[in-house]
Design a protein around this ligand. Structure first.
Ligand code: NAP
Length: 517
């Protein structure tokens, strides 16, 4: 695979022209593929979605389309090994690849199940009961939801080439909205293979799913008021796209999932030796090392009571010392590579910025022992634990080092904690590790306006907990402020996001008649 990575547009696989941008193996530095969209007709793809994919999807109903999602998710599940193998080239261990691949098809299956059980047949969803609008009861109103007639452009980040795609694609397809998937160039070859697997099932109507492998210059110019953009990536790119006239003037629905400085909090009750102390330390190490810390939900700020900083630093360092960095699949390796050397260098730079206001506790950003690969050719980095005692420091609350990096911070009571957490300006995920009900209540209520999701972890729920960093399809994923201000997942909310809500007014029973009941 070293020619130009194909795109699937308007019913056929096509490749852009020119030399393309190289995509290198995260472990060996070898060329994996090249991406180019030069010469590809994106306007034709947009038309194809609207004129072929949309009508074909809307010829089916919600529940039938949920059945299609189940079928394509099943195909990805059957061929997951192929995707694990490709993910290894992006630096992922088997465990990392499972988070993305199994997380992806699992999420799509949950959506399919929710859709089959919770949505009606047909294309009209009656949202609420009728409201009387006149004295005699002959004139009422309610809301119906119907599929938008445009397309969903789904722009994804490099770190979840399968999950990121499927968590957006599944609700769009169930809603009846055709999709153009635009993966991040660095890992587009993993997404491309997943799309191929889904298309090879032959169950999706033509035009329901298209793929652009590479950059998409000018595509926003083609979008209008019936279209949606689902974006996942950095806050900087989100800000740029959000200010495009497609969004500001033509009201394209724009949802952003951006980055955040997620916090985990150790409760005052959780002293050394308690299960909560161990849970906190374990979760922090997991979040730092899974996918080499390249997770939007990873813990970047670890808050502990003032008198426990040393203890936590020691316990976390001891666990990090057990981490074996190296080539995915090599003997004993527990943490793989970052997606590429540019990403590694970027993380080093961000660590330097944080270090201006924090001390290094564990790891050396410039040096790492690597098993089964060349430390310089591959994008390897040691886990890095920092510690900041300077209360005026801003970098730990602002700078996202998108790798295996976290900073230990201390707090003195709930008001101080909430004040400090707020300095992150909005996060996707937070956690409070404590069995003290009063502390949990005060901390969670204080932190809730700053978060899309909060995990409260204690000895009783730990066994079944899905962890700090794992968004669940049944629950909202997103966050305020810096986190993008959007919402994805959240069960059928994500389907409804692709539907237009229309107030219908008339005689009693009108909405049910429209729905064919
Ligand atoms: P990125 O550089 O912002 O890119 C994200 C996506 O936007 C890529 O597909 C990129 O395509 C595309 N893009 C860039 N400029 C564009 C433009 N002008 N028009 C249309 N598309 C454009 O982010 P990244 O480096 O891939 O991902 C890392 C960041 O994503 C981190 O900050 C992380 O926190 C965040 N993230 C957030 C979530 C979440 O759910 N909130 C999940 C994962 C990651 P190209 O690759 O082709 O440039």
């Amino acid at each position: 695979m070293s020619e130009i990575l194909p795109s699937y547009l308007a019913g056929s696989w096509r490749s852009g022209t020119g030399a393309g941008a190289p995509v290198l193996d995260a472990v060996t530095g070898e060329l994996v593929t090249r991406t180019s969209t030069d010469g590809l007709d994106l306007a034709e793809a947009v038309r194809h979605a609207r004129e072929v994919g949309g009508p074909a999807l809307r010829a089916l109903g919600f529940t039938e389309r949920a059945g299609l999602v189940k079928a394509v998710a099943g195909a990805v599940a059957e061929r997951k090994q192929e995707l694990y193998d490709l993910s290894a080239r992006a630096g992922c261990t088997r465990a990392d690849a499972k988070v993305d691949v199994d997380g992806g098809f699992g999420t799509a299956m949950v959506f399919a199940s929710l859709g089959r059980k919770g949505l009606p047949e047909g294309n009209v969803l009656v949202e609420d009961d009728e409201t009387l609008l006149g004295r005699d009861g002959t004139f009422v109103g309610s809301h119906v939801l119907t599929p938008l007639r445009g397309l969903a452009l789904q722009i994804n980040a490099f770190n979840f080439p399968v999950w990121g795609m499927l968590e957006k694609l599944a609700p769009a397809l169930i809603a009846g909205v055709p999709t153009i998937v635009k993966p991040a160039s660095q890992t587009a070859y993993v997404t491309e293979h997943a799309v191929r697997i889904m298309l090879e099932t032959g169950v999706l109507p033509e035009g329901a799913l298209q793929l652009v492998s590479g950059s998409v210059p000018g595509i926003f110019d083609l979008l209008g008021g019936q279209d949606l953009v689902g974006f996942t990536g950095s806050a900087g790119t989100a800000a740029k796209l959000r200010s495009d006239p497609a969004v500001t003037q033509r009201s394209v629905r724009f949802n952003a999932e951006a980055d955040s400085l997620n916090a985990s909090v150790l409760g005052p009750d959780a002293t050394s030796g308690t299960p909560e102390f161990d849970l906190f330390v374990g979760a922090l190490v997991t979040e730092m090392t899974v996918k080499a810390g390249q997770k939007c939900t990873a813990i970047r700020r670890a808050f502990v009571p003032q008198d426990r900083v040393d203890e936590v630093a020691g316990a976390v360092s001891a666990k990090l010392a057990e981490v074996v960095v190296g080539a995915p699949g090599a003997d004993g390796v527990t943490m793989g590579a970052l997606v590429g050397v540019e990403q590694r260098d970027d993380v080093r730079q961000q660590v330097d910025r944080i270090r201006e206001q924090a001390d290094l506790v564990f790891g050396d950003p410039a040096q790492v022992d690597v098993v089964g690969a060349d430390a310089e050719r591959g994008a390897f980095l040691s886990p890095i634990l920092l510690r900041s005692t300077d209360r005026s420091a801003s970098a730990p609350h602002r700078v996202e080092a998108f790798g295996p990096v976290s900073t230990l911070l201390s707090y003195d009571g709930v008001p101080d904690l909430v004040e400090q957490v707020a300095r992150g300006e909005g996060s996707l995920a937070g956690s409070v590790v404590s069995a003290d009900a009063d502390f949990v209540r005060d901390a969670v209520v204080g932190m809730a306006p700053l978060h899309g999701r909060i995990l409260v972890l204690d000895r009783d729920c730990a066994g079944e907990s899905t962890g700090h960093g794992t968004p669940m399809p049944q629950l909202v994923h997103g966050g305020p402020g810096r986190a993008g201000g959007g919402e994805e997942e959240g069960g059928l909310r994500a389907v409804r996001h692709h539907l237009q809500r229309t107030a219908v007014q008339g005689r009693p029973g009108l909405a049910q008649t429209l729905a064919g009941n």
